[in-house]
Write a protein that binds this ligand. Structure first.
Ligand code: C2E
Ligand code: CA
Ligand code: CA
Length: 768
């Protein structure tokens, strides 16, 4: 429902077109200005339906032959009388005379005629004309005639340009209701004074017709007349009762009555006018204009065409007369303007350079949904400036092609220096991977005008499907912009509203840049020998100072990096930095110092890890045992042969291994002793309150005993006060680490600390 309202709201120009078309159609209908055309259309439909007359009505023509035979057309009424006798002798049912007989001729002739009428009383009908305002005077037969024969109206109303004529059902003559001759021929006596349009599909040529003179001469076979109604008509051209009938040439007026009678014999014609078709056309036009669906529009068009031709044809056959022109005009305006509008819309909705749909299309396309991705070409101005011709279209179309290659079937929209599209995936690992892949694809050089062009791109992602399109486009654009500014690959909209997963993902979008630009750095926390109280090494701890989010604790970004397969980048970064720094310290004389680096268990699945560790140690000229890798204890170690193998390989190189966070998992030391390691590091949760918590005391004590029995050194982490420190010393713990001894600090501070603790002359005495 909302969608529908939106789409109508978005098409005010269309509503305007409908309004105008409707107005034009109404004017056309009301002014009857198009009546001649309408008549022509009707005549054409009649031609399509052409059919023969019933043959029940026979015309006897007073034609040129009759004039020849009788010497004149103004022949004596004796002949009329004789003809009547003859026709009834031949078995005619009724005889109609398409003439009024309002004037007197010679008394003898008139008497002879009146006598014939009397002889066939009740079976002969004369013509009469009802007066119409201004045009016709009332005309009725002479009293001598009308006293012995009834009369019927021969009124007719010609259409403009002789495009047919209509006939009345009945008229008022001499104060009485008189049926039309057509109605009388059809055997009806209607009272309605309305006019009807005869069904001109009846071909006049098929109406049986005989010359007056032939009937008189007796050359017309009686069976042609027997049992039929006869109408006598004056058809000779000089009599001027000759009219043009569309597609049927010049025809005498008498045939109009016959066609009218043929019509009435089939039923009562009905006039519906122009409104019904217009009303029917209205919803189709609306559908055609407002629908975006090709199929719906086609269907509307087909129905509209049906409305204009087959339907009226069918109705004609049912004697229901409709006017098509106003509806046709309406549909024509809609069709023409609609096409224009659509063309305009296509122009309005596509980017002039690339011909891709533009942001107008994106914003007005409410059917779309999903994750909105904006791809900003950061160096577009530079690229554009380096060419003498406009390469915008080529460039963006090529980028669009690559987006498609990466598997996006939907439309790609082009706005300024960015492309937009929808991804079905919500913000997920898959999506981020996909974008990573797309990035790789896009950074392959692009060939434009025989030159290789390197693209610099960034992505903005909007995941909030519920917001209105314009704001989604804006935030995706903004994110792409911000990502570009911060040198990030992507940015996700609205950190505040994002859940934990989304936030982590947005962090990952920044990780590479953060590693490069110093946002991520290494803090060092000293490890102190409990016996000598001297610093024997330091643990490298990752730090991230995010420009907007501030300090992000490793507990947040390390698990995120693990989850999104970025832990390798981070690990190697810390490892490299830590080893470089250690080398530096050793150069300064602290040459027995060791460094501890945390290794996610996940890294044990990285086939490069052993080689890389060895390579970095050698590169920095360090002995293998200068590095301790702290690996968090987990039970599943032994169940993963790969992890165990890697650990064994690492140990085999001479690197020290420490079981980190001991006590937090459920693995016993005995169990873990099956893994190669030199050190056990008891987690701070058991150490920091060691002086007050008896339970922890038991654990620490037994761990120390067991570890020492197994030949492992023991490190206590989280030493915050002196009593704990003393306790650990009494229990025989080897090394302590904690805020009491030193917080994690930047490298420079660690150097200071070491230099103070170890005057140059003492440095070589440190023993580990
Ligand atoms: P962890 O390996 O157990 O690191 C020791 C944590 O205890 C550090 O927290 C350190 O700042 C904190 N700590 C040290 N002494 C004390 C103390 O006396 N009292 C208290 N309350 N805390 C103390 P941090 O730096 O926040 O690191 C948290 C965890 O993040 C680390 O736990 C480690 O699992 C992980 N992590 C840090 N850097 C890296 C890294 O480079 N790689 C990997 N894989 N994990 C890392
Ligand atoms: Ca650690
Ligand atoms: Ca710990």
């Amino acid at each position: 429902m909302i969608r529908r309202i939106r789409s109508i709201g978005a098409s005010r120009p269309r509503l305007r077109v409908i309004g105008w078309a409707l107005l034009l159609a109404m004017i056309c209908g009301l002014l009857e200005a198009a009546e001649p055309i309408e008549d022509m259309v009707k005549a054409t439909r009649d031609l399509v339906r052409a059919r023969p007359a019933s043959g029940q009505i026979v015309v006897v023509k007073v034609d040129e032959r009759t004039a020849q035979a009788l010497g004149t057309l103004a022949f004596s009424r004796r002949y009329d009388a004789e003809l009547l006798d003859r026709l009834f002798a031949m078995g005619a049912r009724r005889v109609f005379l398409d003439r009024v007989y309002a004037d007197r001729t010679s008394p003898a002739e008139d008497r002879a005629f009146a006598a014939a009428l009397r002889r066939h009383r009740g079976r002969v009908f004369l013509g009469a004309i009802a007066g119409t305002d201004g045009e016709l005077e009332e005309l009725i037969p002479l009293p001598d005639f009308r006293s012995v024969a009834e009369y019927r109206s021969i009124n007719g109303r010609p259409q403009p340009f002789s495009l047919g004529a209509s006939l009345p059902f009945a008229v008022t003559i001499d104060g009485k209701t008189v049926p039309s001759m057509a109605a009388a021929l059809a055997g009806q006596a209607p009272a309605s004074q309305a006019y009807f349009r005869p069904d001109w599909s009846v071909r006049i040529a098929s109406i049986p017709s005989f010359s007056f003179s032939d009937v008189l001469a007796g050359t017309v076979p009686a069976e042609q007349i027997a049992g039929r109604d006869v109408i006598i008509g004056w058809t000779a051209a000089t009599l001027r009762d000759i009219h043009r009938v569309p597609y049927q040439g010049l025809q005498a007026g008498v045939y109009f009555h016959v066609i009218g009678a043929e019509t009435l014999m089939r039923g009562t014609p009905m006039r519906l006018g122009w409104l019904p078709l217009l009303i029917a056309a209205f919803p189709l036009a609306a559908l055609y204009l407002l629908s975006r669906r090709w199929l719906t529009r086609g269907l509307a068009m087909a129905l509209a065409i049906g409305l204009m031709a087959p339907l009226p044809l069918y109705l004609d056959a049912q004697l229901v007369e409709v006017d098509v022109l106003p509806a046709l005009l309406f549909l024509a305006v809609i069709g023409y303007q609609g096409t224009g509008l659509r063309r305009l819309e296509t122009t309005r909705r596509s980017h002039p350079a690339s011909a891709l749909p533009n942001l107008v299309a994106l914003i007005e396309e409410p059917e779309q949904g999903g994750t909105l991705v904006a791809l900003k070409i950061r160096n577009f101005p530079q690229i554009a400036a380096s060419f003498t011709t406009s390469v915008e279209g080529t460039l963006f179309r090529e980028v669009e092609r690559r987006i498609r290659v990466a598997g996006n079937p939907g439309p790609v929209y082009h706005g300024e220096d960015a492309l937009f599209w929808f991804e079905r995936e919500p913000l997920s690992h898959e999506l981020i991977n996909h974008i990573g892949g797309l990035h790789k694809l896009l950074t392959q050089p692009l060939r434009i005008e025989d030159r290789d062009v390197d693209l610099l791109v960034s992505f903005g992602i909007d995941v909030d499907r519920d917001r209105p399109m314009p704001s989604r486009v804006a935030s995706a654009t903004l994110c792409a912009e911000e990502a570009a500014q911060a040198n990030d690959l992507w940015k996700v909209y609205d950190a505040q509203r994002l859940d934990k997963a989304a936030w982590e993902l947005s962090l990952m979008g920044r990780l590479s840049a953060a590693l490069d630009n110093g946002e991520v750095w290494v803090a060092y926390q000293p490890k102190v020998d409990l016996e000598t109280r001297q610093i024997i090494g330091a643990e490298a701890l990752a730090r991230w100072n995010h420009p907007t989010a501030g300090f992000i604790p490793p507990d947040q970004f390390i698990p995120a990096a693990e989850a999104h397969n970025r832990i390798g980048d981070l690990t190697y970064f810390i490892l490299r930095r830590a080893l470089e720094d250690l080398a530096e310290l050793r150069r300064r004389g602290h040459d027995r110092l060791g460094i501890a680096v945390n290794l996610s268990p996940r890294m044990l699945l990285d086939p490069a890890i052993v080689g890389e560790v060895v390579r970095l140690l050698s590169a920095n000229g360090l002995p293998r045992d200068a590095l301790t890798l702290e690996i968090t204890e987990t039970v599943d170690f032994l169940s993963s042969p790969t992890k165990v193998r890697t650990m064994e390989e690492l140990a085999a190189t001479g690197v020290r291994i420490s079981i980190d966070d001991y006590g937090t998992g459920s693995a016993t030391l005995e169990y873990l002793s099956r893994l190669p390691s030199q050190e056990v590091k008891i987690d701070r949760t058991f150490i920091s309150n060691l002086d007050t918590d008896a339970q922890n005391m038991i654990l620490v004590k037994s761990t120390l005993e067991m570890a020492h029995k197994l030949g492992r050194k023991v490190v206590a982490e989280g030493v915050e006060n002196e009593p704990v420190m003393q306790l650990l010393k009494q229990l025989g713990c080897d090394v302590a680490q904690g805020y009491l001894l030193g917080k994690p600090v930047p490298f420079a501070q660690l150097t200071e600390m070491l230099d103070r603790d170890f005057p140059l002359e003492q440095r070589r005495l440190v023993i580990w």
